[in-house]
Design a protein around this ligand. Structure first.
Ligand code: DP6
Length: 373
């Protein structure tokens, strides 16, 4: 099928699989519709870094879905007299009209209009807030794009019938077109995105839950240490692009897929030592890609390294299975099983908070994904 996107005057070719995500018989309704959804952030254990158009990952990734770091989004859909060629919307974030959010949202709506053409018949008022500190460096695109996608699919399900499975997959499918990692925030405790031989139902188009996870991982804790809350010098979008001419790109994509193959049985067995080894390697290999890009860049800060060294010393001295991971920034995610939470929290308080801006840390844990609020 060919779909014409008037706004950017481009023709979008949809594969057979993508055609399955075009809204069916979705005739716009005459009444206002309001819906509210919240979605959590997620933290990748196997990292997505490198993609092709339209938002397809170069390797499979896998993440813990979080609980407390969430975006809450309300969308009011008002029917328009005449349909427009692009999605008409306003965005209010934490009480203020946010024009700086418009370019990313305009791209998102241009990407998803072929799949939800009925959106051209509405004016959308999007009102959104985060439960985690503003500008904390915690990636909010994952939680915000999946919360918004959930609202959009809620409208679609009023217009045409969708099974629960169709709904959840469509939310992930649309969220991916806003931000890749957002597609992994819809369900818990862990989601994988990207076609992979070891995951029979995996696909590049939406994320799926990782099955048979050992109980030790289903209530894992993640203390997010806010090392640097400033604006990142290099955005993830640029970082992904730099993987196109990267000398180690192909090895990195193969390695991430190998790490996922190794990690899946470890997640089923509950082998914490093996878990720690893969998770820390993934974090450092992600940042090694940044340091070996052209142009090269470093997102870690001196305090990031101080924290990592403290974690290694504490783990060696106590035998407590605590480890770290990093996303595309300086903040450190301290990961540990719930049954050692008391000892690790004391360690964080006594030895790690000194490296955080204003001693700030967000205590989060593995969660279940999107929900209405
Ligand atoms: C390092 O999902 O933020 O957090 O698709 O361009 O929005 P876009 O990128 P984004 O990239 C996330 C990168 C990462 C790793 C991960 O979450 O897998």
């Amino acid at each position: 099928m060919i779909s014409v996107n008037f706004e950017n005057l481009k023709i979008v070719y949809l594969s057979d699989m993508e055609q399955n995500f075009v809204a069916k018989n979705a005739h716009p309704i005459k009444d206002n519709f309001i819906t509210r959804w919240q979605a959590p952030s997620n933290i990748a254990l196997i990292k997505y870094w490198g993609k092709t158009t339209p938002q397809l990952p170069k390797n499979a990734s896998l993440s813990f879905t979080l609980t407390h770091a969430v975006t809450q989004t309300q969308v009011e859909f008002k029917p328009l007299e005449n349909p427009t060629e692009k999605v008409t919307f306003s965005i209010i974030f934490e009480g203020e009209e946010k024009s700086s959010f418009r370019p990313k949202l305009e791209d998102f709506f241009a990407n998803i209009l072929p799949y939800q053409p009925f959106l051209a018949h509405y004016k959308l008022t999007i009102t959104s807030q985060n439960t985690f500190p503003h500008s904390s460096g915690i990636a909010s695109s994952a939680s915000s794009m999946s919360a918004l996608a959930a609202c959009l699919v809620d409208l679609e399900s009023q217009l045409s019938s969708l099974s629960e499975e169709e709904k959840i997959n469509k939310i992930s499918f649309l969220a991916r077109l806003g931000s890749g990692s957002a597609c992994r925030s819809t369900q818990g405790p862990m989601m994988a995105w990207g076609t992979h031989d070891s995951l029979s139902n995996s696909t590049d188009l939406f994320a799926v839950t990782a099955a048979n996870i050992h109980p030790v991982f289903t209530d894992f804790c993640d203390a997010i240490l806010l090392i640097d809350k400033g604006q990142k010098q290099v955005s993830s979008t640029l970082g992904h692009k730099l993987m196109h001419q990267h000398p180690y790109a192909e090895q990195r994509f193969a390695q991430a897929n190998d790490h996922l193959a190794e990690l899946l049985p470890i997640l089923q067995q509950g082998d914490l030592d093996a878990f720690i080894s893969i998770v820390e390697k993934e974090a450092l290999h992600l940042h090694a890609m940044m340091m070996t890009s052209d142009p090269y860049f470093i997102l870690m800060q001196p305090n990031t390294l101080s924290v990592i060294n403290k974690i290694w010393t504490f783990r060696k001295e106590t035998g407590i299975p605590v480890c770290f991971t990093l996303d595309a920034g300086a903040n450190v995610h301290v990961l540990y099983p719930n049954n050692v939470a008391e000892a690790v929290n004391q360690f964080i308080e006594a030895e790690l908070l000194q490296f955080c801006q204003n001693r700030q840390c967000v205590h989060d844990k593995v969660g279940t994904g999107i929900k209405k609020y």
